[in-house]
Design a protein around this ligand. Structure first.
Ligand code: SAM
Length: 247
């Protein structure tokens, strides 16, 4: 049987496609892509012309048997998405879960991922973080989601679309006004920028320069100040007091 390669592709800069990804894309019999027309451009940039099939959220479940059959026939297949790592806010999870259940050989081929790229350049703590995916578009649901993240001490990472970035900053300004926020914009592209500040200051920065509100964004929010620490300090004080009284 063949192998399913889950191949990360660039999030902007085409030079970020790894040598291994290029070699594997050249070797597979077929490429499953989120949007075949979009990915055909990447393949043609590499001088490749491969049979492609689409795999997106609306047909992913139906594609499983088809792809499983190709693998059974010994074909190697690459799964790619429009940008970055498949399965990360992109299709592929259902396919990988089902093919794993069927004991197919699956090989991830790592590469660009916007959330990791953003974290690696933002300067907010990276030892622990929560990836929240896309915040809900509707204001009520978005408020509720942020309320749920509010007490997390880990750095929060969200994906956002350009037409909602101002709404999201407004919601952050209402609910998490004191936090440090980093907007990582247009990563790996010509106009890559990192903007940094409180939600209010970021809103002001975007109002000053509307170009900064364009493009693709990762939003990184500092975690809640540790609540446990004060409790810990209280316990330490008790222990100290006990020790002193014992003296
Ligand atoms: N699978 C992709 C990955 O590995 O990062 C993410 C796909 S998701 C549908 C698209 C979102 O990722 C965008 O709305 C944006 O939040 C983020 N993103 C993708 N490329 C980016 C870039 N070059 N700069 C900043 N954010 C980016």
């Amino acid at each position: 049987p063949g192998t399913l390669y889950v191949v990360a592709t660039p999030i902007g800069n085409l030079d970020d496609l790894s040598a291994r990804a290029i070699r594997l894309l050249g070797g597979v019999a077929r490429v499953a892509a989120e949007d075949t027309r979009h990915s055909a451009r990447l393949l043609s940039h590499l001088g490749l012309n491969k049979p492609m099939l689409s795999l997106h959220e609306h047909n992913e479940a139906r594609r499983i048997d088809t792809l499983d059959r190709y693998l059974a026939e010994g074909e190697d297949i690459a799964l790619i998405s429009d940008a970055g790592t498949p399965l990360i806010s992109d299709p592929g999870f259902v396919l990988v879960r089902e093919l794993r259940a069927r004991n197919r050989h699956i090989v991830p081929v790592p590469g660009p991922c916007a959330l990791i790229t953003a974290l690696s350049g933002a300067g907010l703590p990276t030892d622990r973080f929560v990836f929240g995916g896309f915040l809900p578009a509707k204001p009520g649901a978005r408020r509720q989601a942020l309320e749920g993240w509010k007490t997390r001490e880990e750095t929060l990472v969200f994906y956002e679309s350009p037409h909602r970035i101002v709404h999201t900053l407004e919601a952050l300004n209402e609910q998490l006004a004191e936090r440090d926020v980093v907007l990582a914009r247009e990563l790996t592209k010509t106009f890559e920028t990192f903007l940094h500040g409180s939600p209010a200051s970021l809103l002001a920065q975007l109002a000053d320069d509307p170009n900064q509100a364009r493009g693709e964004f990762v939003v990184i929010v500092a975690g809640a100040p540790p609540a446990v620490q004060s409790k810990q300090q209280a316990i330490d004080a008790d222990t100290l007091l006990d020790a002193l009284l014992a003296e």
